[in-house]
Design a binder for this molecule. Sequence first.
Ligand code: FDA
Length: 305
Amino acid sequence: MRRLFLWAARNTWLKGHLPRFRFMKRAVRRFMPGETLDSALDAAAPLEAAGIGSIYTRLGENLNTLEEADEVADHYIGVLESIAARRYRGEVSVKPTQLGLDHDEDRTLAHLTRLAAKAADTGSYLWIDMEGSAYVESTIRLYERLRGLQPRTGLCLQAYLKRTPGDVERLRPLDPAIRLVKGAYDEPESIAYRDKRQVDASYLALAVDFLKTGRGRPIRLGLGTHDVALIEQIAEQVALAGVPRDGFEVEMLYGIRAREQYRLAKAGYRVQTLIAYGDAWYPWYMRRLAERPANVAFALRSLLP
Ligand code: FDA
C-alpha cells in the first residue's frame, strides 16, 4: 500500500487528473485548512492561543523553469511579512526544488539567503525540507553554505537514511538546527531502512545523541514526528542527561494527532504545527496516505456526498 501511494505521488498522469475531483479536494482538507495563505494563518490562531507555534509551507516541488523560483521566493517574503503583521510565533519551511535546485544551486542559495535574512529581520526562522535521496547531498551542501551566512536557519534530516548519522557529525561544527523526521519517500534498501522498527531505532539514537552531545551548545532540535510514544521515550532518556522537556521541540502536521499537540503543549513540551497550503497538494497528499492506511478509508468516505 505504501509503495503504491508513493508511486502515485510521482505519476504525472495521476498528478494532472486526480486533483480535479471534488472528493479529492474534500479529503485533503483533513490535512490542510485551505489553499490560501490566509486560510493557513487563520488556522493558526487557536494554536497561538494555546502556546503552539506554527510553521508555514506552500506546497509545490520540482519547477519547470528557474523563473518560477523567483515567484516562490517572493511569495515567502510575503509570508514572513504576514506572520509579523499578525504577531505570530510563525516560521517557514521550504523545499529546495521549489527554489530551483534542479536548475541552479547557486541561485537556490541566493533565494535561501534572502529568505533567511528576511526571517531574521522579522524575528522568524527558515527551515529547509529534505526531499528524495537524489537531493540529500546538494541540500546539505546548501545548508552548510547558508548557515555560515544566516544562523536563523534549520535543516530537515531523515532517520530512515543510513547516511544520516554521518551527516549529523558533518554538520555538528555548525551547531546546527535540525528537524528530525522518519522520512517520507520511497528509498531503496541499499541506502535506507525499510523496516519500521529499524527506522524508529535510528530515530531514537539520532535524537538522544544529538541532544546529549549538544547540551550547553546553541543547537536546536525539532522532533518532526507524530509518534508520541517515541517522543516521550526520547524525553525520558535525555532528561537523565539534564535536558528538560523544553530543550527540544515537537513538530507535527496540521490535522494529525491534533489533540496530542494540545496535550503535549500543556505538559510543558514546545510544540509547533506545520500548516501546508497551496494548490499543488497532490504529491504531498499521496505521501500522507502512504504513511497511514486509515487515511485511505477516510479519503474513500469523502467520495460520499
Ligand atoms: P509513524 O508513521 O510511525 O506514525 C506514528 C503515528 O502517528 C501513527 O501510528 C499515527 O497514529 C500517526 N500518524 C502518522 N502519520 C499519519 C498520517 N499521515 N495521518 C494520520 N496519522 C498519522 N519527511 C521528509 O522526508 N522530508 C521532510 O522535509 C519532512 N518534513 C516534515 C515536517 C514535519 C513537521 C513532520 C511532522 C513530518 C515531516 N516529514 C518529512 C514526514 C515524515 O518523514 C513522516 O513521513 C511522517 O511524519 C510520518 O511518520 P511519523 O514520524 O509521524 O511516524
